[in-house]
Design a protein around this ligand. Structure first.
Ligand code: DQA
Length: 143
């Protein structure tokens, strides 16, 4: 299965940014952990992080044509604000899993508003880098 893994704003700072909330792994560390955990399981992955909402929307628009069958996305702060990202995800016909490192329900009230989440098949949050591993475990059941 060909999977596009998207990361939203500020995830480039993982490892340095609020490590007590997000852990000490960088995004590259999380990518290596997932690649290693799921190697030989038939996945081909492409990881992209962008601080720009429009870049993420363009990548989602191109995903079907590029042969991606699934998207795993951590929209980061855009989760709570972006109708446009929600709508782009709705237009992608493949499998979609939204992930979050932190359990946003234990945090500020504004993080309980989830605009993008209803566009995905399901949401996994609060398990650090294992949120990504659980998303790939779900996709593995389907492939
Ligand atoms: C996050 C949670 C969001 O509320 C926050 O804005 C992020 C990261 C997470 O992975 O826990 O940037 O998506």
């Amino acid at each position: 299965m060909k999977v596009l893994v998207l990361g939203g704003p500020n995830l480039n700072l993982l490892g340095k940014r609020e490590p007590e909330v997000y852990g000490s792994d960088s995004l590259a560390d999380i990518e290596s952990f997932i690649e290693e955990s799921f190697k030989d399981k038939g996945f081909s992955m492409q990881w992209h992080q962008s601080n720009s909402e429009s870049d993420l929307i363009d990548l989602i628009h191109e995903a079907e044509e590029k042969g991606f069958q699934a998207i795993v996305i951590n929209p980061a702060g855009l989760t709570h604000t972006s109708v446009s990202l929600h709508d782009a995800l709705k237009a992608f016909p493949g499998k979609k899993v939204e992930v979050h490192l932190s359990n946003t329900y234990k945090r500020e009230e504004f993080r309980k508003v989830k605009i993008t989440s209803g566009a995905s098949d399901g949401v996994i949050e609060g398990f650090g880098k294992n949120s990504y591993a659980l998303a790939f475990t779900y996709l593995l059941q389907l492939s």
